[in-house]
Design a protein around this ligand. Sequence first.
Ligand code: HGY
Ligand code: MN
Ligand code: MN
Length: 393
Amino acid sequence: MQVDGQRFLADLHKLRSFGASGVGKGVVRPAYSEADMEARTWLKGRMEEAGLRVETDAMGNLFGLAEGPSLLLGSHSDSQPEGGWLDGALGVIAALEVARCADMPISVISFQDEEGRFGVTTGSAVWSGQLDLEAADLLLDHNGVALAEARRVVNPTGEVDPAQFTGFIEMHIEQGPVLDTTGERVGVVSDIVGIRDMKITFEGQQNHAGTTPMHLRRDAFQAVSEFNHALAERFKNVVTPATVWTIGHLSLHPNASSIVPGKAVFSMQWRDGDADRLVRMEQIIRALAQEIAQARGMEVSFGPMLGLEPVHMDARLRRALETSAESLASGAWRVMPSGALHDATNVSRLMPVAMLFVPSIGGISHAFEEDTDEEHLVLGLEVLAGAVAALHG
Ligand code: HGY
Ligand code: MN
Ligand code: MN
């Protein structure tokens, strides 16, 4: 199968123009935003030009469907609030290019809200049955907008039956430092970590920042600060160097310089390759938050917890990627786990899945600086095409 690297790169740069941040090659293209929907309209046209039948489901997942049973390739085209031009977009455009050149049926997908404006990989979670649409509709973004409201911009054409697909392969940037550090050019994913994500709220007493003595304060931010500091200690005998946890979002109420914050809401997210360890970490998180709230005479509450279990990639699809990587990048590829989450985790509930990585310069992602050498992008495309051809050989 002969792919067209220049056409592929041109489409990647065109997709980058929707929600271009003006900083480096960064994009701002959150799920259901104007830029996201404009990008999807353009993608729809490119899928039709490739001879695919386009369907958009109720969540806004955009499918380009081949006739009859087909291998599904793709990823997502929504971005983080400050996103890179390749996260998700690479897999969608690579899928489109393979679908154009393949002499076997290839379908293409751009999932919606993989970046979790409303949750965790929300679009593929609903499509795969991991999450009910009714429950998803109740999810709020950090500005309090409900998913049900946001997805009104979608004009659904119909639901897509997963049974028509023989498997799913997602090409993605690594988003981490491994390939960039080793100088290797391709990663074949062995497994994807599991994740837990929930909001925690501490409520104390809003008060005057000048007249309230320190020992009388019930300061919600101080509770968060103590929680974060103590957590590292409590995790010490549970976590490994591969375990990660993040407080990425914090809102203080009323968020004013001269007011002791009475309320703090923060996101608590943790990830690991071991399902039992995720459970143990949750127990520690909940117990520590309650202990601190009690000690400080405060209230603590926990929002709905979203989570996905660790998944192993399908051996047959993975072997096809490994064989293709060996023939095109011999000595410059490796098998590796994914510390980032992907739609492939949800899709693995329905069919065999596998993933292919290309390096991230400096290991940076979820930032405007995210980038990859273009010859690595084209090589990844060729490895994907080689694996697809071999699977149908
Ligand atoms: O957070 C993640 O791992 C994914 O990039 N949304
Ligand atoms: Mn992604
Ligand atoms: Mn991402």
